[in-house]
Write a protein that binds this ligand. Structure first.
Ligand code: NAG
Ligand code: NAG
Length: 274
């Protein structure tokens, strides 16, 4: 028996082992975990007209969706309050973790409306920090970072678990001027820059959501925001679910490409151009 024959046998055996040797790995579908805020979270239809887009996401994908979005949270408070650690603990290799934040990251850390909420972050993607007094009191100081810094930490955490991090641009609020909806949102641009610098996936949820609401027009769109300019009813949430799935379909990265394999029939029939 020649060495090269033996080497080939060993190679084929190794390949077979890699493909068939780990049934839990190869037969298990990945899950999608969604980390976001009130614009995505689940509401009980019996008690409120408000609904988040994550509520309908499972209708459009062929993999399990775990909507762990929590109202009022930012990249900072989702982590400080232990919600991120709970999410990470569920992630196994191959799972997707989509992070769409921004609405509550806005503000000035430690002052004004941030007192009692402890959720505002510094703008941008740099490494500057600020030390603030947070509600925990006691010695009371917390170092607060930029939006990009918090996102980079979350990307690293997901990768450490063998998961696939994907950032997503936040959905717009109803900021209309003379019939035109605001198209550019700073937190979306910082998420996009972070996805690029960390070489991970980015879903341009903002772009497709703005396009879809713009297509419906101001008057019709506002009927889908019955309480304020941020929170959708079921119809508005459906627009945001479909714009999210469109963002997956239109994504150009390896990660969004991996996710697009799991768009089901309903998801594939959404009519919207990239
Ligand atoms: C306050 O800051 C500390 C870190 O210094 C952090 O552990 C704690 O979670 C923060 N409290 C809140 C309410 O965010
Ligand atoms: C909106 O329309 C009003 C009235 O036509 C005009 O005065 C104003 O400049 C417009 N605003 C913008 C931002 O285009």
């Amino acid at each position: 028996m020649s060495f090269s024959f033996l080497a080939r046998v060993v190679f084929v055996l190794q390949l077979a082992l890699a493909v068939y040797g780990n049934p839990t790995r190869t037969t298990r579908l990945p899950s999608l975990y969604l980390c976001s805020d009130s614009t995505a979270s689940n509401y009980d239809p019996q008690t409120t007209v408000i609904q988040g887009f994550g509520y309908y996401l499972h209708d459009y994908l062929s993999i399990p969706v775990h909507n762990l979005a929590r109202a009022g949270r930012s990249t900072r408070s989702f982590q400080n309050q232990g919600l991120w650690a709970q999410l990470l603990a569920m992630v196994v290799p191959g799972d997707f973790v989509v992070i769409e934040m921004g609405h509550n990251d806005n503000g000035t850390p430690g002052t004004g409306g941030d007192v009692g909420k402890d959720r505002a972050v510094l703008p941008g993607v740099g490494e500057e920090t600020i030390v603030v007094q947070n509600t925990t009191g006691g010695t009371g100081s917390e170092t607060v970072y930029t939006f990009g810094h918090y996102l980079r930490g979350m990307i690293k955490d997901v990768r450490k678990r063998g998961g696939i991090p994907v950032l997503s641009g936040m959905v717009p609020t109803m900021a209309w001027t003379n019939g035109t909806l605001q198209t550019s949102w700073p937190f979306t641009e910082w998420a996009r820059q972070t996805a690029e610098s960390e070489r991970t996936g980015f879903i341009d949820h903002t772009e497709y959501s703005v396009e879809m609401f713009q297509g419906l027009g101001e008057t019709k769109s506002l009927t889908m925001f019955p309480e304020d300019h941020t929170h959708t009813n079921a119809a508005g949430a459906t627009v945001n679910t479909e714009s999210f799935v469109t963002g997956i379909k239109c994504g150009r990265s390896l990660q969004t490409g991996g996710l697009s394999m799991f768009i089901n029939h309903k998801g594939r029939t959404i009519k919207w151009k990239c």
